[in-house]
Structure formats: C-alpha cells, structure tokens
Design a protein around this ligand. Structure first.
Ligand code: B4P
Length: 187
C-alpha cells in the first residue's frame, strides 16, 4: 500500500499522515521534515534548501530528486509507505511512478485534504505563533499557497485519471478526519 497525502500547506498532511502510518504499520516519508533536519544539521542539502524554504518556494527538483529516490529505495519503504509532502511537482511524480513501477508497484491511494483558504491561513498563522517556523510568516504563507496551486495542484488531475484520488474534507476534528480517511481506505 502506497498512500500519498496531498493538500495545500496547512491542510493537515503531517497530522493525518502520522495517524495513517501508525494505524497501517507503514513508514512515513516526509520531505519537509527531512529538509528541516538537514537545515538544522547544517548539511550541504540544508544549506542549499534553506533559502527556498524560508521564501516559501519549493526546493528545486535538482536538489530533491536524489533525496526522494534514496528514501523510496530504503528497505522499510519497499512494501508500502505513506508519502507526506511529495511528490509536489510533475518531475517528482514521474520519479515516484518510475521507481514504484520498476518494482511492479504503484500509488494505491491519493488522499486529497480539502480545506478552505481562510482556514489554511488561520491554521498557519496559529502555528507561526506556537512553533515559530521560519516559513510561517504571512508573506511566505501566501507564496506557499500560490506555489501549491501552480506546481502541486495539477497532480490531482494526473492521479485522478487513474481513479486513485479520494477527496476528504480536511476541516473538523483531527479524529473525525482520521475516521473518514480510514473509511475511504477501508482499513
Ligand atoms: P512541508 O513541511 O511539507 O509544509 P506544509 O506544506 O506546510 O505541510 P505541513 O505538513 O507542515 O502542514 P500540515 O498540513 O500537516 O514543507 C515545507 C517546505 O519544505 C516547503 O515550502 C518547501 O520549501 C520544502 N519542501 C518540502 N517537501 C518538498 C518537496 N517534495 N519538493 C520541494 N520542496 C519541498 O499542518 C499544518 C497545521 O495545521 C499544523 O499546525 C496542524 O497542527 C494544523 N492542523 C492539522 N489538522 C488540523 C485540524 N483538523 N484542525 C485544525 N488544525 C489542524
């Protein structure tokens, strides 16, 4: 089972991804967390990625495709995984398709978390106050929402053609949303 959680910044991908991965006993791969850890550690990738992240832009595919490939090739991701935060561009989606396809696998579920822009802004401003994440400033949040619409939202049509997209209302309690996802996946 390979589950992709797709949604705008602040839609609850990280929150729901953690719950799904724990319930299904799957590894969760979160590119945002990997990048933030690389920044914190002062690793070369982190040094290169930081300026894009702080500006609310996507880290260029040239920097991130190798990282995604390495994560997909890890033994614990060979039989299934939850993808949180990637693929986010057409090139990343192609890499995921090719890597899984070469193993006779495919994305089995794409969960699209549907949240209004007003609610996204409310949540991200709330997180800025709580966690002080460097990319949660009002200006950067606007950019991230635009980048999502431009680069990532087109992936919905790409996966919808294969009939694997499930739209889930992403507002309400975390538990209610998790319950709806469980119902949709059937496990
Ligand atoms: P991410 O870490 O993926 O950031 P995000 O899109 O904001 O999602 P996140 O997981 O943090 O938020 P969530 O919706 O769970 O990316 C950060 C940056 O890294 C990107 O801008 C980019 O620069 C770079 N990056 C990462 N992956 C990349 C890739 N593949 N390619 C290129 N660049 C990449 O949650 C948001 C908030 O909502 C939380 O505070 C949560 O508590 C709250 N929330 C969740 N569910 C809720 C609910 N039901 N009700 C109320 N609040 C809720």
């Amino acid at each position: 089972m390979f589950v992709l959680i797709l949604g705008a910044p602040g839609s609850g991908k990280g929150t729901q991804g953690k719950i799904i991965a724990a319930r299904l006993g799957l590894v969760k791969i979160t590119t945002g967390d990997i990048l933030r850890a690389a920044v914190k550690a002062g690793a070369p990738l982190g040094r290169d990625a930081k300026k894009f992240m702080d500006a609310g832009k996507l880290v260029p595919d040239a920097l991130i495709l190798d990282l995604i490939k390495a994560e997909l090739d890890k033994p614990e991701a060979k039989e299934g995984a939850v993808f949180d935060g990637f693929p986010r561009t057409a090139a990343q989606a192609e890499l995921v398709d090719q890597t899984l396809g070469a193993r006779g696998q495919r994305l089995t579920h794409v969960l699209l978390l549907d949240v209004t822009e007003e609610e996204l802004l409310r949540r991200l401003h709330g997180r800025a106050a709580l966690e002080g994440r460097s990319d949660d400033t009002p200006e950067t949040v606007r950019t991230r929402l635009q980048v999502y619409q431009q680069d990532t939202a087109p992936l919905i049509a790409h996966y919808a053609q294969r009939g694997v997209v499930h739209r889930v209302l992403g507002t309400g309690s975390v538990e209610a949303i998790a319950g709806e996802i469980q119902r949709v996946i059937g496990r």
